[in-house]
Every structure is written in structure tokens, then in C-alpha cells.
Design a protein around this ligand. Structure first.
Ligand code: NDP
Ligand code: GDR
Length: 326
């Protein structure tokens, strides 16, 4: 039985990746941070919590990283842990740098020490392209991050490349564009919208506050994107891959489609809130996943309208339960 350690297993991607690895017959270990409130909601939603061996670990604490590696003895490590919210990175740039940037250096050092034969996946991000230098973006596009989060991800991206080149680690960076699902955190724009649309439809909320509606993102479906992570670690050679849908849509289009799904006119409910605009914005992202298609045989399957529908329907089911409990 292959053994894998997933950091950030309590997040959106961690839950879907754990589900995939279990279906591939892995013994799955996952790390969580101590919290005053149980953080395993997503693993419970997918009904897989009991099949995962959970280990306490914080990317700020070197000892806990070493202990998680020693306890799990993994062949593969997927590093999904991060302070991942761009907006918060403007408020907490030092914490974001420490977790999302330096945290990866801590993990790479621990792998080098414990077992340099471990295959390593790093969750790099399209946010590293920031103020894009060419359209569409691929593995050769120069980076120009626009937030403390993007800068921290760029550091961890280059550390992953450097440990591959300097020490021969089998280290891969997946440069993933935005990917969404019913398990997306509620502060990210797609889930904020799908949740609000469902709650407005059922009379639980009366409006939705949003910031910049003109930014364009390349949105895909998260369960498909975690497959690409796994595929990267199954190749003969390590490498970096752009994972994207290849399409791009304005935030406003997501809003329109989501309200349309429940037969409402978005203009009656959406309120612009200046505080939700970012000090520096990423205006346009659109990826070219040709390399992943060629080398990994990976391609996106879920269209933009399907993605919106999946998310709104899942939130309608949740809102119906909420309405019943009131
Ligand atoms: P989430 O925010 O849903 O999950 C982040 C995970 O990191 C959570 O499990 C969180 O734990 C954990 N974490 C946060 N801080 C620490 C810490 N100090 N030590 C250990 N663990 C910590 O992110 P996603 O699942 O959406 O994304 C997964 C990864 O992929 C992230 O690194 C993200 O930056 C990156 N990424 C995501 C994309 C997307 O569109 N979703 C696109 C490109 C990259 P807790 O539950 O306790 O908060
Ligand atoms: P992003 O995702 O910053 O691309 O990072 P997010 O959903 O937060 O923002 C997307 C775009 O929507 C605009 N926007 C709003 N965003 C939020 N969160 N809330 C709002 O009310 C709102 N109104 C407008 C934003 O300005 C932005 O342009 C995500 C994260 O998952 C990162 O971890 C990951 O690396 C990147 O995707 C790829």
C-alpha cells in the first residue's frame, strides 16, 4: 500500500485529494492545525474522515513537520497547506510570508533530512503571474505577483525548483489556476456568490456585497484539478505544470449565471462595497494547460456554466436545511 502525506487536508483541495488517493488504494495521512473548533467538516461532508490518519502539524513549527514525516513515512508528500486568501495577505503579509513562503522551505528541509527519496508536490498558483506578461499564461510566462500571497507563493515555487536542481529531489510544482467546488471556502468569490444566491432564494439573506466585478479568472472544477497533482507525482521525471481550463470569465458573469440559475435578476441584490476592492488587483488570468495535456494526459471536463450550476445546487441543498432548522 502506497503511503501519502497531505498537508492542509482540512481545506478544499485536501479533502478532494484525500478522496482520490483513497480510491487509488493509498494509506492517507493528513495534517491539521490545533483549533478550538473541529476543522474536519469537509472530510465529513465527503464521508472519508474515518479512513484518514490525522496528524497535528503547523508549517510554522519545524519539529511538528519532522514528527509528521517520521510518523507517516510517506512515499509522496502533497503540500496544500497555506494562508491561501489573497485579501487577507494584504492585512497579514508577514504571517502569509511565514506560512505560505517559508513554511515550504521548512518542509523541504525536513524532507531532505528524513528521506530525500520522497516525491513532493507544491501547490503553486496562477497568482504568481499577477500583472500578466503574456496571454495566455503557460510554464514559460514570466511571473509578476500582485499581492503578498503571490510573492510568498513565488518564493515557495522557486524553492521547490531549487531543491529539485540542487539536491535531486523529485519535486513538482503545479501552477494551478482558480478551481472551485461546493467545498470552496465561503470567503472566496465563487462560493460567496453561490451561497448568497441560495440563501437569497430561500429568504435567508437579502443582499450580497461584492468588490471588483470586472476581474477575469480562469475557473475550473476542483476534483479534476487534484487529479493533476497526483498525475505529476506518477511521472518518470519531476516537472512543473500549468493546470487551467483555458477559458476566462468576469466575476460579473459568475454573478449573472448564479442568479439566473434560481430565476432572479442579480442587479436587484448585489451591492458594491469599496472595502472589498484590493490594493493591487490581478485583472486577468487565463492559462494554457497544453503541457499537462501532452505529458499527463490531463484535461478539464466541467464547463463554466456547469460549475456555476453545481455550486448553486449544492448551496440550495444546504440553505434548505438551514431554513428547516430555523
Ligand atoms: P484552503 O484555504 O481551503 O486550505 C488551506 C489549508 O492550509 C487548510 O487545511 C488550512 O488549515 C491549512 N493551513 C493554513 N495555515 C497553516 C499552517 N500554518 N500550518 C499548517 N496548515 C495550515 O485552500 P485550497 O484547498 O483552496 O488550496 C490548497 C492549496 O492550493 C493552497 O496552498 C492554495 O494556496 C493553493 N492554490 C489554490 C488554488 C485554488 O483555486 N483553490 C489555486 C492555486 C493554488 P485550516 O483548515 O486549519 O485553516
Ligand atoms: P483569488 O480568488 O484572489 O483569485 O485567489 P477570490 O475568489 O478571492 O477572488 C477572485 C476575484 O474576485 C474579486 N472579488 C472578490 N473576491 C472575494 N474573495 N470576495 C469578494 O467579495 C469579491 N468581490 C470581487 C477579487 O477582487 C478577485 O479579482 C484564489 C485563491 O484560492 C488563491 O489561494 C489561489 O492561489 C488563486 O485563487 C489561484
Amino acid at each position: 500500500m502506497k503511503r501519502a502525506l497531505v498537508t492542509g487536508i482540512t481545506g478544499q483541495d485536501g479533502a478532494y485529494l484525500a478522496q482520490l488517493l483513497l480510491s487509488e488504494g493509498y494509506h492517507v495521512f493528513g495534517t491539521y492545525r490545533r483549533s478550538s473548533h473541529p476543522p474536519f467538516e469537509r472530510l465529513e461532508y465527503l464521508g472519508i474522515k474515518e479512513q484518514i490518519e490525522l496528524l497535528p502539524m503547523d508549517l510554522l513549527d519545524q519539529g511538528s513537520i519532522l514528527r509528521a514525516l517520521e510518523a507517516s513515512e510517506p512515499e509522496e508528500v502533497y503540500n496544500l497547506a497555506a494562508q491561501s486568501f489573497v485579501q487577507v495577505s494584504f492585512e497579514q503579509p508577514i504571517l502569509t510570508g511565514n506560512v505560505t513562503g517559508l513554511g515550504v522551505a521548512r518542509l523541504l528541509e525536513a524532507i531532505r533530512q528524513v528521506n530525500p527519496g520522497i516525491r513532493f508536490y507544491q501547490a503553486s498558483s496562477s497568482e504568481m503571474f499577477g500583472k500578466v506578461q503574456s496571454i495566455p499564461q503557460d510554464e514559460k510566462t514570466p511571473f509578476y505577483p500582485r499581492s503578498p500571497y503571490g510573492v510568498a507563493k513565488l518564493y515557495s515555487h522557486w524553492m521547490t525548483v531549487n531543491y529539485r536542481e540542487a539536491y535531486g529531489l523529485f519535486a513538482c510544482a503545479g501552477i494551478l489556476f482558480n478551481h472551485e467546488s461546493p467545498l470552496r471556502g465561503t470567503e472566496f468569490v465563487t462560493r460567496k456568490i453561490s451561497r448568497a444566491v441560495a440563501r437569497i432564494k430561500l429568504g435567508l439573506q437579502d443582499h450580497l456585497e461584492l468588490g471588483n466585478l470586472q476581474a477575469k479568472r480562469d475557473w475550473g472544477f476542483a476534483p479534476e484539478y487534484v487529479e493533476a497533482m497526483w498525475l505529476m507525482l506518477q511521472q518518470d521525471q519531476p516537472g512543473d505544470y500549468v493546470i487551467a481550463s483555458g477559458g476566462t470569465h468576469r466575476v460579473q458573469e459568475f454573478v449573472e449565471k448564479a442568479f439566473e440559475t434560481v430565476g432572479l435578476d442579480w442587479r436587484e441584490y448585489v451591492v458594491k462595497q469599496e472595502a472589498l476592492f484590493r490594493p493591487a488587483e490581478v485583472d486577468l488570468l487565463v492559462g494554457n494547460p497544453a503541457r499537462a495535456r501532452r505529458d499527463l494526459g490531463w484535461q478539464p471536463k466541467t464547463s463554466f456554466p456547469e460549475l456555476v450550476r453545481i455550486m448553486v445546487e449544492a448551496d440550495l441543498a444546504r440553505a434548505a436545511k438551514e431554513a428547516l432548522s430555523q
